[in-house]
Design a protein around this ligand. Structure first.
Ligand SMILES: *[C@@H]1O[C@H](CO)[C@@H](O)[C@H](O)[C@H]1NC(C)=O
Ligand SMILES: *[C@@H]1O[C@H](CO)[C@@H](O)[C@H](O)[C@H]1NC(C)=O
Ligand SMILES: *[C@@H]1O[C@H](CO)[C@@H](O)[C@H](O)[C@H]1NC(C)=O
Length: 168
């Protein structure tokens, strides 16, 4: 009986240790547990997805008015008046607000941050000019997040190797 208890105690301690190790990278979890759901990487993405699921009749009659996960809004000059003043713009702004609240660093399938699409939409309605957010150019397209941290390390090592080899 006593042994069994000790074993489970060890298991629990090991489990806690692992939990703590994995959570060290995510210190907010400890400081703001009430916001855990959206601070956990997956929770935020899921919530942002739900924001995008919010549909409105003001947009639904034209598929190019509907913001989806692919982040493409493509509104022609001839449509911009209807888009901006027919209620779809207001609805779209509410979706951006919702995303902003649950996942500030959200980006779409085109890699465009939500702020880019929001900005383009607001500019378009300020000027009443057609716009197309599908042409987003990802400034980091050649390097993933992994690449961004990994490549500087590699180039530092390469430089050191060059210096060591050629004495430059
Ligand atoms: C984006 O998604 C919408 C809805 O799913 C679709 O109608 C549209 O063609 C897509 N655009 C691109 C560029 O994939
Ligand atoms: C969905 O959109 C409507 C208006 O278009 C808004 O009133 C409502 O708050 C939105 N819901 C969520 C969960 O953002
Ligand atoms: C938003 O759009 C304006 C006008 O085009 C531009 O000057 C500004 O840099 C944009 N901001 C962001 C965050 O994209």
């Amino acid at each position: 009986m006593r042994n069994a208890n000790n074993t489970s105690l060890v298991c629990i301690s090991l489990g806690l240790l692992f939990l703590m190790l994995f959570n060290l990278t995510n210190a907010e979890n400890w400081e703001q547990p009430r916001r855990n759901d959206n601070l956990s990487p997956f929770g935020g993405w899921r919530s942002a997805y739900f924001c995008l699921m919010n549909q409105s009749n003001a947009c639904n009659h034209k598929s190019n008015y509907i913001i989806t996960l692919n982040g493409t809004l493509n509104v022609q000059d001839s449509e911009i008046n209807e888009f901006c003043t027919g209620g779809c713009y207001d609805h779209t702004l509410l979706i951006f607000k919702c995303i902003q609240d649950v996942k500030r660093d959200f980006y779409f399938a085109t890699k465009a941050p939500y702020a880019f699409v929001k900005n383009a939409t607001m500019n378009a309605c300020n000027e009443l000019k057609g716009f197309d957010t599908s042409k987003y150019k990802d400034p980091n397209s050649a390097t993933s997040l992994y690449g961004r941290m990994y490549m500087p390390l590699i180039s530092t090592l390469m430089t050191m190797a060059l210096i060591a080899t050629f004495g430059v």
